[in-house]
Ligand binder design. Sequence first.
Ligand code: AMP
Ligand code: ZN
Length: 139
Amino acid sequence: MTENCLFCKIISGEIPSNRIYEDDAVYAFLDIHPASEGHTLVAPRKHFSRFVEMDAEDVARLFEAARKVTAAVEKAFSAEGSNIGVNNGEVAGQEVPHVHVHVIPRKKGDGGRGIKSIVWTEPDRTNLEEVAEKIRKAL
Ligand code: AMP
Ligand code: ZN
């Protein structure tokens, strides 16, 4: 539990939430400002500010819970699909610095778009192999 973290307080029960799912590693609850009906946040119980701070086991537990929650949310709202994503860092739109996966159910004609609509900076596409090499080197 990290002091002054909103989601740590939600997970510990200090701040109320609409619980969807919980196990020993994960807590999932409704987003208070949903992008669509059923929008759920899936968070690790342990406090991590950024996704890359997590280890393999924590990530596996988080995404297995996100998969379960996605199936339930889609079933409950007869959704035809969903967006599943993490805002990783303030520059990427992360407002609450405790890792969480957004599960946003989607229906045909809801006016929403895909994950690439988040940003379009028109990067150079002629040097994809150089870009790939740069990332591979950083692994
Ligand atoms: P992010 O921008 O990825 O950090 O997402 C934070 C999300 O937390 C936003 O979608 C907010 O609507 C949601 N949120 C903020 N406060 C609460 C709260 N008390 N209970 C549930 N969701 C919240
Ligand atoms: Zn926290």
